[in-house]
Design a protein around this ligand. Structure first.
Ligand SMILES: [Zn+2]
Ligand SMILES: [Zn+2]
Length: 158
């Protein structure tokens, strides 16, 4: 699934505006990395982003893409999620949201919930360290994988 063109444009213009405000240089390569992420809602890992950017920008190096992602993350321009022991996944959706993670294919889908956003973090957490962000990760089998399993089950029974 991809993000709508209108939403991609909104994310890209928010990105350039934030960079300008903070005096960060928007190089061509940075822009391409961000644009790739902004057009995707599948939370790709750095390697996937590198492959996609390289398809359009053959001179880009893996190192540049990885460093760009870290720099953008440090600036809060993209967010990073770690799931199921795999590589870090990136997200250009910086609005508050939560994740549904498929335990079969690893797909991460965004969902919104004002009720979860408003969930108070227990005081005891503050004694563990400074809180930067919180989000809920729901795990399960996505509908695509569930349908595939159902089809496979039917075939086996025949
Ligand atoms: Zn799945
Ligand atoms: Zn997300």
């Amino acid at each position: 699934m991809t993000v709508s063109r209108a939403e991609t444009r909104r994310r890209v213009s928010r990105f350039t505006e934030t960079c300008r405000r903070r005096g960060l240089k928007v190089t061509h390569q940075r822009m391409e990395v961000f644009r790739e992420l902004a057009a995707s809602d599948e939370h790709p890992d750095a390697e996937t982003i590198y492959e996609r950017v390289r398809a359009r920008l053959p001179t880009v190096s893996r190192d540049t893409v990885y460093r760009t992602l870290s720099a953008l993350e440090a600036q809060g321009l993209v967010s990073r999620t770690d799931v199921l022991g795999g590589p870090a996944r990136y997200d250009a959706n910086t609005a508050p949201h939560h994740h549904f993670v498929c335990t079969a294919c690893g797909r991460i889908s965004d969902f919104r919930s004002e009720a979860l956003d408003a969930l108070p973090i227990p005081r005891s957490v503050e004694s563990l360290g400074r809180i930067e962000s919180a989000h809920v990760q729901v795990r399960g089998v996505c509908s695509t994988c569930a349908a595939r399993k159902r089809r496979a089950g039917r075939r086996r029974r025949r």
